[in-house]
Design a protein around this ligand. Structure first.
Ligand SMILES: *Cc1c(COP(=O)(O)O)cnc(C)c1O
Length: 411
């Protein structure tokens, strides 16, 4: 394989034109869209318009004139088709962590007599922390976190479990769960299921309705490109909408917030998951960022994501300098999301040395080098160059320079 072969892949890429809808730093290969998505032209323009015109000129009139008040529902409906959700079940609000708190407590209330939240030992920590916090609040007898390894999830689905809490794509290894199968097995035992879609929404087809998913949350700033700290989203299947109660009763979740009634009466729709005033600037930016998905299918995005990661693996296997990188992601592309993770004792320094060469990957403790593939910005030639640069710095051992060992606050 040579660079021409790779450039031919770009010439035949049906998503190649999407790259020009982004504002990307020159000479940078960005393999970290799984941590913070890139800025679209539409998002940049909307940020200006919201700050300068809507806020600057129209001030408080904008709540109605520019539909600020409708943003959470409107953005939710834009995310819905990306996750296989029919209308009126998805809303944008708060962070993933806070939304997990709302849904985990709501699920426990719905499951009288069951107290166990079953999850995976290596789930994303915030997902586990939210259950630990709830246990503190409610007492162990009312909420108990049970952690098992990936292989033991099915065997632990029993009548004591109220909720199965899983992340669809593992943030370290990229391993993907079979959502359909796990929903089915859980439901057979009366267990509700809450999926965290942070590493899957916006990069692969997801079928929440068709797989009978109960609840889901997901992140706005990763593959949805909503910008740093963008609002997250909540999905609740319509069959649960009437029964579900979430405990963070804020005025925006009230049936009629502007009646200013002293008594809380929840909205009878997905809006009951709102709490306080939406972050209008951030949510407007997310709204604009989502336009990028309007004329493409998630299957197209998935196909390119698989092709990019397969190319990366092939090129790594052809470089003798890279044989010390141990793949910890599944070999089979059907079993993984849009990332590849490798372990190496000096993963941190290697990652820093790569960043200095303008190849942005990320490090996850204790020893993981992680590459994320954002199909809308990446060219196949970028994959070629990134592997060349990686092989070169491994061959020269550039990463041994002590400056690459310094650890910042965010890794
Ligand atoms: C990124 C991520 C989060 C982020 O949570 P916030 O509360 O929005 O910061 C949560 N869960 C998973 C699995 C993630 O990857």
């Amino acid at each position: 394989m040579n660079l021409q072969d790779v450039q031919a892949l770009d010439a035949n890429d049906p998503l190649a034109h999407k790259r020009s809808e982004f504002l990307l730093p020159a000479d940078t290969i960005y393999l970290d869209g799984n941590s913070l998505g890139c800025l679209t032209v539409a998002a940049r323009d909307r940020a200006r318009e919201v700050v300068e015109q809507q806020w600057g000129n129209s001030l408080i009139k904008s709540w109605n004139a520019h539909h600020w008040i409708d943003l959470p529902a409107h953005v939710g409906e834009k995310i819905a088709p990306l996750i296989g959700a029919a209308p009126a079940q998805t809303i944008a609000c708060d962070s993933v962590s806070v939304n997990l708190f709302k849904l985990i407590s709501a699920a426990l209330t719905m499951q009288k007599g069951r107290t166990v939240v079953l999850s995976q030992q290596d789930n994303f920590p915030t997902d586990l922390y939210m259950v630990q916090g709830l246990s503190q609040l409610l007492g162990e007898g009312a909420c108990e976190l049970k952690l098992v390894s990936e292989e033991n999830i099915e065997a632990n689905l029993d009548e004591s479990v109220a909720l199965l809490l899983l992340t669809q794509v593992n943030f370290r290894t990229g391993r993907i769960h079979d959502m359909q199968k796990l929903n089915h097995l859980a439901h057979e035992k009366g267990v509700l299921v809450l999926w965290d879609l942070s590493h899957s929404a916006g990069v692969m087809p997801i079928q929440l309705d068709a797989t009978q998913t109960d609840f889901a949350v997901g992140c706005g700033y990763k593959y949805l490109n909503g910008g740093p700290g963008a609002p997250a989203f909540v999905y609740v299947a319509s069959r649960h909408m009437k029964a579900i109660k979430q405990p963070v009763c804020g005025w925006m979740g009230h049936k009629a917030p502007f009646h200013f009634d002293p008594q809380y009466v929840e909205a009878d729709c997905i809006e009951k998951f709102l709490v306080g005033t939406p972050p209008v600037i951030s949510m407007s930016v997310l709204d604009a960022a989502l336009e990028i998905f309007e004329d493409i299918s998630m299957q197209q995005v998935r196909d390119k994501s698989v092709a990019l990661s397969e190319l990366f693996l092939t090129l790594v296997s052809l470089q003798p300098e890279l044989k010390e990188l141990q793949l910890i992601s599944p070999q089979d592309s059907r079993d993984r999301g849009s990332q590849l993770a490798f372990s190496h004792p000096h993963a941190y320094a290697i990652c820093q040395a790569l960043i200095e060469k303008n190849v942005i990957a990320d490090f996850r403790a204790p020893n993981i080098l992680r590459f994320g593939f954002s199909p809308l910005i990446l060219r196949f030639a970028d994959i070629w160059h990134s592997v060349e640069i990686l092989a070169e710095l491994m061959a020269n051992e550039t990463w041994r320079d002590e400056k690459f060992g310094r650890v910042g606050k965010v890794t």
